[in-house]
Design a protein around this ligand. Structure first.
Ligand code: ATR
Length: 272
């Protein structure tokens, strides 16, 4: 029940209708009987500045930020976490008594989802496909944990830009193409493109390079065609649900300072 005391959390994006975040977070609030409510706000580009100002004016406790505002929102915030600074994108904002602090929970979400699966990336060679916003979080997380990154992207210049920026955190090499001999060289292969989101999307790469010694990780949720291909070839295949839930759990903890009910959130999304 919404009362005069209910704390409001929001999400700003355009479009916003497809978002699963209100479902996940409201389920978590319900589960722990917390007096919070999570609502979607359809915020167009030209209204982002006043929408962010409204977080303070309306005493909204926090928001998630989604497409297309993750980068532009930064200039309207008071403070940034280390991850948000490095990635140059914010997906979570906390209103700390009128001070707006931006976080990027994708990095931690990605790392926690790997940990949950019992996978260590230290000294492993990891092939990352894609060089968009999500890929940046994945690459930074891998380098921070001591992984060696080989990155391939359709638009090479974007992969080179990530290398330029992330070089100082560890080993990263840009590939011109995904060659077959990579199969023996890498232990983990990650689809960090948006391919698989739409049913008609092509596969992000030829699945023939996959075999049972590989871990295949796909940041896309729900289950992609590539996850099925990887499983067929005996890979340990991990889909995007883990990263989605863990980044949400970390955001939940930033807002409430309470441990997120992870299993309930996951179960809810699985049955939705
Ligand atoms: P996100 O925030 O989800 O990472 P993004 O920043 O738009 O989204 O990045 C999308 C990624 O998917 C990019 O690496 C993009 O490749 P380009 O940089 O060449 O655009 C990749 N991608 C999207 N559609 C693709 C396609 N049809 N073939 C290959 N790569 C594709």
């Amino acid at each position: 029940m919404i009362t005069g005391k209910t704390k409001i959390i929001g999400i700003f994006g355009d479009p916003i209708e497809h978002t699963l975040s209100p479902l996940i977070h409201n389920e978590a609030f319900r589960c722990l009987e917390l007096d919070y409510c999570y609502v979607p706000f359809h915020v167009k580009r030209e209204n982002l500045k006043i929408a962010v100002e409204a977080i303070k004016a309306l005493n909204i406790k926090g928001v998630n930020i989604t497409v297309p505002h993750k980068e532009t929102v930064i200039s309207y915030l008071d403070e940034l976490s280390e991850e948000a600074k490095v990635i140059g994108a914010v997906n979570t904002v906390l209103n700390e008594e009128g001070k707006l602090k931006g976080f990027n929970t994708d990095v931690k979400g990605f790392l926690l989802s790997l940990k949950e699966e019992g996978i260590s990336v230290r000294n492993k060679n990891v092939l990352v496909i894609g060089a968009g916003g999500a890929s940046k979080a994945v690459v930074y997380g891998l380098l921070k944990e001591g992984g060696k990154v080989y990155i391939y992207n359709r638009t090479k210049s974007k992969a080179l830009a990530i290398k330029e920026q992330m070089n100082k955190y560890g080993f990263i090499e840009v590939l011109n193409k995904i060659e077959e001999n990579l199969s023996d060289k890498v232990q983990i292969i990650i689809n960090a493109t948006s391919l698989g989101l739409k049913k008609e999307d092509p596969l992000p790469f030829d699945p023939e390079i996959l075999d049972s010694k590989h871990v295949y990780y796909d940041i896309v949720y729900p289950e992609t065609k590539m996850i099925k291909e990887a499983s067929k070839r005996g890979c340990k295949a991990i889909g995007g649900l883990g990263m989605l839930i863990w980044q949400a759990a970390y955001a939940f903890e930033i807002w409430t300072q309470i441990k997120a009910p992870l299993e309930a959130m996951k179960k809810f999304l699985n049955t939705y």
